[in-house]
Design a protein around this ligand. Structure first.
Ligand SMILES: [Ca+2]
Length: 770
């Protein structure tokens, strides 16, 4: 493969200033909190007067509730305040795991239950080699209909590394059992907090069962390191069944799980929930949310196997309260033009802004610059999303103001309209750094933590792009051993699948000793990795860096990233063979970053000039030629026509701006018009010109070529359609008048110098390119 390397430097004000600050940040395996469905529905007492419209048939009766502790009756509970009577402990060989009762001094359970005296505490050994599995089993519990197991747990921060806790259930004394929960499924933040845990026991209705807690091994396999296994507190265990619901209070966007409580063995359910998302469901227990304030009816109609039907309607059951919206713009692409760190979009192409606001606004007010024919004009719109076309290159702003009955919020997205250039996910305030991993190497770089590759995620582009390669800013390439010096550092283009790196599209390599490292410690040098050929991308994509040797006394290779921040994480890493988001690993709060990886992209832009030129060329029934002025930043391949009565007879001129000459034959029909399509491609996307030819008896000729605008230009001939007496003038870009006419006029500009001209017809002004 062809290797081309170019040196780029970037000023890094934060690079050397911050190691002390960085060292203060502990490295832990920490993950984000899984949102708990607590307080989904809140029961108001005393219940409001509720008119429930019921209709039953024989033994079939419809009713329902919603999944929440407030709408449940507790059938069995254990808070360990009076001991552990009835619980059975199973010890392992070393008897090092202990099940005792004590209060969590740091986080007493009395914060949740004011009456609380103590909690169940399970503690592991302090030497890893003594680790063992131990369990505690409940007495027999009668499980009601629609039962839920609910409890609270507080984890030491090393859970899932050395230890994990499982909850299982059995109806036969644990001859057989089902796992209801394991801490290993908790991928969220490892914060010191009481967590509400819930599991459905629906399938055990009417049976007698036992619950078992099992203290077991975590994910870490390196037992030689020693160290404490970890502990858990458990409290507030209940087994409860749902009771009919009379009122539900939720916020907009909050999920409600409705629970069927119908009697008489229904086999079909039809929920009608006007105002909800979704509004209907045939599930037994559907989950919905609401987007607007108000009181909403819920109807459940059920049918049994014999075809009997029953229905219940609870008018005004769900009381929804909204919040003030928070404006957020989803720009056409979120990655940023490297030199401005503004979101980069394609000029001269249709791109779309969408509303990404929180809080369900009911009104939208967009104000976007750079997208009008006059660069001083603002485009305004009141729709949820808006399609725009950047007439002007470089830096512009898009502002969105959203509102609902609770308030108003405004956000601005800084935009750069550029045809090509390096892009990144670095935010305007980011400084570059390399992070020390507590003596276990650097991040991103050589390490002993099983991190073998780094992936930077880029958004879908505003239009299809070509990715030619990427520049990576390395900060260290210390290698002593030959094997490390010649290690291949790879940079790869990957597709995005299920949000993670998917298929490898192309690669480029340099050996470790060939990486550019700046001699000036206040800057970093870029190493340019060029792919074998530019690749078309029209979706989310990743640039992956791998091949970095593990940390040793002889090898230490690292590149730069943005200092950790609270949001906008785009960095991924391959740790122990699994792709994970960097923000799910480092401590919450400031755990988001982006790598100093800059892919080089070119937007696929193919457009008529001026932009308002219609994509349909109307011609008369006689034979002739038509011209079409066309811009393509990447050039175009030989145009293809789907009919043989017309053809492009001009050759590509090799420039971005070209005039297609289209020859067409006489239409043999005296009465029927006909249509052909000429397709142009730049290798990344297509542009289609439609040729519409009238019948020979038809009246439309070239001189009357249709146009949306009153000013149009084809092949140097300017056509102005204006009311009689309207003054028409043509100016150079510098403002010098070069032609004048009145009313409808055809002005031949073919003798003028190429460039931009301004045409004024009365109040209408248009720029044309000659
Ligand atoms: Ca307790």
């Amino acid at each position: 493969m062809q290797m081309h390397k170019k040196l780029l430097t970037l000023i890094l004000p934060g690079l050397l200033a911050t190691p002390a600050a960085l060292a203060q940040m502990p490295v832990q395996r920490v993950a984000k909190t899984r949102p708990m469905k607590n307080s989904l529905c809140e029961k108001i007492t005393p219940p409001q007067k509720l008119r429930i419209l019921e209709q039953s048939n024989g033994s079939l009766t419809a009713d329902f509730s919603c999944r929440d502790a407030a709408n449940e009756t507790v059938f069995w509970s254990e808070n360990f305040d009076n001991g552990m009577d009835g619980w059975t402990e199973t010890k392992g060989e070393t008897q090092e795991v202990t099940w005792t009762l004590k209060q969590n001094d740091a986080l007493p359970f009395s914060a949740i239950d004011p009456e609380d005296k103590q909690s169940l505490f399970v503690d592991g050994p302090y030497q890893m080699y003594k680790r063992e599995i131990s369990s505690l089993t409940s007495p027999q519990i009668s499980i009601p209909d629609n039962a839920m197991l609910r409890l609270w747990m507080c984890f030491s921060l090393n859970f899932n590394d050395e230890c994990a806790l499982e909850i299982s259930i059995s109806t036969d004394g644990f001859e057989t059992s089902e796992r209801l929960y394991t801490t290993l499924d908790e991928t969220g933040e490892k914060q010191n907090q009481w967590r509400a845990i819930a599991a459905s026991l629906e399938q055990y209705a009417g049976q007698t069962a036992q619950i078992r807690f099992t203290y077991t091994y975590g994910k870490k396999e390196n037992f030689q390191t020693g160290g404490y296994m970890g502990s858990f507190y458990i409290d507030g265990i209940t087994v409860s069944g749902s009771q009919p619901v009379t009122e539900i209070n939720v916020m907009t966007g909050e999920e409600i799980e409705f629970v069927d409580l119908s009697k008489g063995d229904p086999v079909e359910w039809l929920w009608t929930m006007p105002g909800a998302v979704p509004e209907t469901s045939t599930e037994k227990n559907p989950t919905v949310y609401y987007t607007r304030d108000g009181k909403y009816d819920v109807t459940l109609r059920v049918k049994d196997a014999a075809g009997n039907e029953a229905e219940v309607t609870k008018p005004g059951l769900v009381n929804v309260t909204g919040t003030e919206p928070v404006a957020r713009i989803t720009p056409p692409a979120t990655f940023r033009y490297a030199s401005t760190r503004r979101h980069m979009v394609a000029p001269m192409a249709k791109v779309t802004f969408t509303d990404g606001s929180d809080g369900f606004p009911t009104a939208w007010d967009w104000d976007i610059t750079g997208v009008c024919e006059d660069n001083n004009d603002h485009l305004t719109a009141n729709t949820e999303s808006v399609d725009v076309n950047y007439w002007w290159q470089h830096d512009w702003d898009a502002t969105l103001t959203v509102s609902n009955q609770h308030g108003t919020s405004t956000a601005t997205a800084p935009m750069s309209a550029e045809y090509y250039g390096p892009v990144c996910n670095l935010l305007p305030g980011d400084n570059l750094t390399t992070f020390a991993l507590d003596g276990r190497g650097t991040f991103p770089g050589s390490n002993s933590m099983g991190i073998t590759a780094y992936a930077e995620k880029f958004s879908k582009p505003s239009v299809p792009i070509m990715v030619a390669g990427a520049t990576v800013y390395f900060t260290k390439n210390t290698t002593v051993e030959l094997i490390d010096q010649i290690a291949d550092i790879g940079v790869h283009l990957y597709t995005c699948e299920n949000g993670k790196p998917g298929k490898k599209i192309d690669s480029s390599w340099w050996r470790t000793f060939e990486l550019e490292i700046s001699a000036d410690p206040t800057t970093v040098a870029g190493t340019d990795f060029q792919f074998t050929t530019p690749k078309v991308v029209n979706d989310e994509f990743f640039i992956v860096v791998d091949g970095i040797p593990d940390i040793t006394n002889e090898a230490d290779v690292a590149f730069a990233m943005a200092s950790f921040r609270g949001s906008d994480g785009t960095a991924w890493m391959l740790k122990n063979g699994e792709w994970i988001e960097v923000s799910s690993y480092f401590p919450a709060g400031a755990n988001h970053t982006s790598y100093a990886i800059f892919p080089y992209i070119t937007h696929s832009v193919m457009s008529p000039v001026p932009l308002t030129t219609p994509s349909t060329i109307e011609v008369s029934g006689s034979k002739g030629t038509a011209e079409y002025q066309f811009f393509s930043i990447m050039g175009y391949q030989t145009p293809v026509c789907d009919s043989d009565w017309c053809r492009v007879i001009s050759e590509p001129n090799g420039l971005t701006l070209d005039t297609l000459v289209i020859e067409y034959d006489e239409n043999p029909s005296e009465t029927a018009d006909r249509t052909a399509h000429i397709t142009l491609t730049d290798g990344a996307s297509e542009y289609v010109i439609t040729m519409h030819q009238d019948s020979r008896q038809g009246g439309v000729g070239v001189a009357e070529a249709a146009s949306d605008s009153s000013i149009s230009m084809h092949g140097g001939i300017l056509t102005v359609n204006a009311a009689e007496g309207t003054p028409v003038a043509v100016y150079t870009a510098a403002g010098t008048q070069v032609a004048a006419a009145s009313g409808t006029a055809v002005i031949d500009l073919r003798g003028m110098a190429a460039g931009l001209y301004i045409v004024r017809a009365g109040d209408t002004v248009r720029k044309v390119i000659l």
